[in-house]
Design a protein around this ligand. Structure first.
Ligand code: AMP
Ligand code: FE
Ligand code: FE
Ligand code: ZN
Length: 277
């Protein structure tokens, strides 16, 4: 069993990177990918601990792409250091910091007392994301849950939503390939596209070098997983899966097992590795 989608304190997870392989080992995983938003900074610490607990740590990251719905790309096998995708990540991180500072100002305008400094403390350093703002709103008694914070304030279209810089799908796929990476479309349902449109989007991404589709996603039901697996098959894509573990920011999800019904076979990792260009 493996888990190809997890977050640490390097982005918007609540556990430090070295905890991810520990949790994977405890769950009985042979391998786990660390896929923080826009960041590879957790990979080194996670790899070191993974070697100690006898789990393979797959380096990765998750990118938000320019598209009509929410389009996230998981990129695997890209190590921290210099490189085409790595350099773009640095720029995305700078843009994220600027967005977060503007978001702090917007929240203040809306009468929500959250400073940028508080976000950084909540995040444990860099890698601030909206879940950190949501957690602060919960702690201050302004909302009752992280989900409510999104539903009322932070989700796309809500009063405190501010867009962030995103790569174009074609650029992200090319950068990932140039850095020796393999790309997978994360949680495809979040594109919120009707079936015929999703079919065309996936065909287009496959033509641009997409290698896999995250059909076996922590929060998807059996019907969704099997529909997406068929979709992947029609476009020659690897059927992948992962929990999207974020620790206390998504308390329903565990590493390896998701909500208890996740099981991604080891063979998926071998299939992805064969797609390295
Ligand atoms: P950011 O990268 O700062 O824009 O935050 C994106 C993260 O916020 C996602 O990876 C999720 O963890 C979380 N998120 C985004 N939209 C929602 C939503 N509607 N409900 C709950 N969490 C969300
Ligand atoms: Fe996240
Ligand atoms: Fe995502
Ligand atoms: Zn994720």
């Amino acid at each position: 069993m493996i888990d190809l989608h997890t977050h640490s304190t390097a982005s918007d997870g609540s556990d430090p990177p070295e905890r991810i392989p520990e949790l994977a080992a405890a769950a009985g995983c042979q391998a786990v990918a660390l896929t923080d938003h826009d960041r590879l900074q957790g990979v080194g610490a996670a790899q070191k601990r993974a070697a100690e607990v006898g789990v393979e740590l797959v380096p990765g990251c998750e990118l938000s792409l320019e598209a009509r719905g929410t389009m996230h790309l998981l990129v695997y096998f890209v190590e921290p250091g210099p490189g085409p995708l790595q350099d773009s990540l640095i720029r995305l991180q700078q843009a994220r910091t600027e967005r977060n500072q503007r978001l702090a100002a917007r929240l203040a305008e809306l009468g929500l007392p959250i400073t940028y400094g508080e976000m950084v403390v909540e995040a444990g350093g860099d890698g601030v994301g909206r879940p950190h703002m949501a957690a602060i709103l919960v702690r201050k008694g302004i909302v009752n849950s992280i989900q409510e914070a999104f539903d009322v304030w932070l989700a796309k279209g809500k009063p405190a939503y501010l867009d962030k810089e995103r790569l174009q799908p074609a650029d992200a796929l090319a950068l990932a390939k140039a850095s020796g990476g393999v790309s997978v479309l994360a949680h495809p349902m979040s594109l919120e596209q009707p079936p015929d449109q999703l079919e065309r989007t996936v065909a287009e991404l496959a033509g641009l070098g997409l290698a896999g589709l995250e059909a076996v996603y922590g929060r998807y039901d059996p019907d969704q997983r099997s529909e997406l697996s068929s979709l992947a098959g029609r476009h020659g894509l690897v059927v992948t899966g992962g929990s999207d573990y974020h620790g206390s920011y998504k308390p329903d999800l565990s590493v390896g097992t998701g909500r208890g019904d996740l099981h991604v076979p080891d063979s998926v990792l071998d299939a992805l590795r064969q797609r390295i260009a």
